[in-house]
Ligand binder design. Structure first.
Ligand SMILES: *Cc1c(COP(=O)(O)O)cnc(C)c1O
Ligand code: SF4
Length: 393
């Protein structure tokens, strides 16, 4: 308790007893936002077996955990899949030869100067509007800006970004991300979305990525949904790492967004110890598709500093995919991707089920097929140099 005062002289943090009795719907999301735990010592006594990490961890990446998220954590088990995603660990030390940059995806290089727009792919842009999130993930790919004191997105950067989108008619898809765009007030979102719609009528698809829907579901209010609907936001991708994060409150707020006519997708980062398990993934994707949220991407953990212990090797990613395709509903199977180092972009990880092979006699090719259960068959009719038999009459 004393340490709480030491690190947070102003905010009132919840004790274990208060957290047990806590109803996240009893206070505004803004109030809850100010009551986030921001140091591991603040969680000692709230959770058991909290690792006493070195303060150098905080120099690289801050800690922030909403009371709602803390309540979902297992009180005793440090390997709880939610704790692993958000609690700092000694594993976050720099691993030589692993990642030396906070911008391993080379996003800075594709950022339009003076803006926070990453224009990497044809016809679509990533617009980094916010530099913070409700709860900070230890494996965050944007550590270079999220929660960093010098990583803020300035107001004039936002204006310059809107100018860029407005003056480039080839941009037909804008993805608002960050950080989390929903950390903004409804008024600010109303302004940004409104300006994009008003000044860039060439934008056909306006979408958002947000983990706040999951980390602080009460952020989703009828007022927010009215803003999203007014500006025709067509898709929101939420980020869930483990089925434990799916609660009745989340389901209720997802439904609220869907009622505003917004398509919803799911993205997940494949994390060692959290979800690198076929059964966990099947459960997660079936639960989300049940909610009408379409699993979209599973990302390989990015090689960002402090995330080496989360890496799931490539061969294992392939096995996980193979444990989904054919085994659960097709629409529940997401695309697995790895974001290539230095700005190569997203690369799909696709196991080979169908492959063309030379025939031993050199007369052409056959197509070798393998199904989800491992049964194989040849389809020479799909190869080249295959010729139909000549008609006899
Ligand atoms: C992921 C990403 C997008 C969007 O990619 P989609 O495959 O269209 O969802 C756009 N720009 C950047 C820089 C990205 O990383
Ligand atoms: S929600 Fe996304 S941007 Fe925010 S801390 Fe987590 S990984 Fe980073």
């Amino acid at each position: 308790m004393d340490q709480k005062v030491e690190f947070n002289p102003i905010k009132k943090l919840l004790t274990r007893e208060e957290l047990d009795a806590y109803d996240p719907e009893s206070e505004s999301w803004q109030k809850q936002f100010t009551r986030r735990y921001s140091h591991h010592s603040e969680l000692m006594g709230v959770l058991n077996n909290v690792e006493d990490v070195d303060n150098t961890v905080y120099k690289k990446f801050a800690v922030a955990i909403t009371p709602y998220m803390a309540k979902l954590m297992d009180k005793d088990d440090p390997n709880c899949p939610i704790r692993l995603q958000y609690m700092p660990s000694h594993h976050e030390q720099t691993v030589p030869g692993f990642a030396t940059s906070l911008d391993q995806l080379g996003e800075e290089g594709d950022t339009i100067p003076g803006t926070s727009v990453v224009h990497r792919y044809p016809r679509r842009v990533l617009f980094l509007v916010s530099n913070t999130c409700a709860t900070l993930c230890r494996f965050c790919t944007r550590k270079r800006m999220v929660s960093q004191p010098d990583g803020s997105v300035a107001k004039d950067e936002i204006e310059a970004s809107i100018d860029y989108i407005a003056s480039n008619p080839e941009i037909e898809d804008v993805l608002l991300s960050g950080g989390d765009p929903l950390t903004f007030t409804d008024e600010r979102l109303d302004y940004i979305l409104g300006e994009i719609r008003r000044r860039a009528p060439h934008v056909r698809f306006l979408r958002m990525g947000s983990r706040m829907v999951v980390q602080l579901p009460t952020r989703v209010t009828p007022e927010l949904c009215a803003v999203l609907e007014k500006h025709r936001v067509q898709m929101i991708n939420i980020h869930i790492g483990h089925p434990k994060e799916i609660t009745p409150l989340l389901r209720q707020r997802v439904k609220m967004i869907q009622k505003a006519g917004i398509m919803m997708g799911l993205q997940t980062v494949c994390l060692k110890g959290v979800n690198d398990d076929v059964m966990v993934m099947r459960d997660l994707f079936m639960q989300t598709i049940e909610m009408g949220v379409r699993p979209y991407y599973v990302y390989s953990t990015d090689m960002v500093e402090g995330a080496a212990h989360f890496i799931v090797p490539h061969h294992r990613m392939i096995e996980l995919y193979e444990g989904l395709r054919g085994w659960i509903s097709g629409p529940a199977v997401p695309t697995f991707v790895v974001d290539g180092l230095g700005g190569l972009g997203k690369l799909p990880i696709i196991p080979t089920y169908v492959r063309e092979e030379e025939l031993p006699d050199g007369s052409g090719t056959t197509v070798k097929c393998r199904n989800y259960k491992g049964m194989t068959i040849d389809m020479p009719g799909l190869g080249h140099n295959f010729s139909l038999p000549t008609r006899s009459n």
